[in-house]
Ligand binder design. Sequence first.
Ligand code: EAX
Length: 328
Amino acid sequence: MKFDPKKTTARMGLISLALALAASTAAAQTQVTITHSSPEDSHFGEAAQAFKDVVESKMSGDFNVVIQRLDNEREAIESVQFGSQECSITSAGPLGNFIPETRVFDIPFLFDGYDHARGVLDSDIGQDMLGTFNNYGLIGVAWMENGFRNLTTGTKTVNSPEDLKGMKIRTMENEIHMRAWNAAGVLPTPMAFSELPPALQQGTVDGQENPVSVILANNLDQMQNHLYMTRHVYSPGILLCSLAFWDGLSDDQKAIFLEAGNAAKEADRKRVSEDEKAGVDKLRERGIEVVEIEDREPYREAMSGANASFDEEFGANLIKQIREWKPQ
Ligand code: EAX
């Protein structure tokens, strides 16, 4: 290539202009991408918005939070751990594959209701657990919530846990859930959330299970005929950030990110509570048959074959402590 001083100067001019622009935006704003797995109008969508509002308003434009949908939650956690995206809100479904300790919260029939689950996550038990995330290249900013999960089916009906035997139920990629369904005689079929709608539409599984909020926001009722209010397991969510990103923040900035995480948690819980209240009627109106289950004991019993393995894995003491937790 021949040296052309004119062209070279022009090119260098462009390069320095680009560099100057990049430097000025970098100095002005750091982009923070946060993904989540549901549509904008959902518990996770509202949580992400609350996070963005606090970060952007409290740090006078230093950060620009970009909210994106990524419904393969395993991939989302991987990219946060790898540092290719800053933060994510996901259900705790695949979290245990990264941080095995967290799987204790996935045990079916562990919590009596929302106050119990939220109370435990807010207590030292839940907060200490967030502290373990650092060992895995992650920052657990705040527990989120997906809600109590309920079974839905397509053409098959369920009158008692006996009917579950041999059914193919899509589960999250979650060892604990799979073990419990197995104990009930189900053939658990784990897959990412992104793969669920086609699996329901093509009938490759007989059913799935998810909280009212998720069913509503993602129109899963339109792919299923029956909703059984089994409330068999509480599904926590988590707001994670990458350790590398976090380490680059000042202490003041970290405090604001934690405050934003808390705002996200509150927005999420508020929406889940609203969805639980109004959502079941809404789903009924939309056409799915909703079956209330007066006595959930037979379902607890059906899954109880897995309990000994949970005691062994997490320690019977910790499980007892969670079960017996009461507000101070
Ligand atoms: O976060 O995979 C699931 O069924 C989750 O509940 C869903 O991703 C919503």
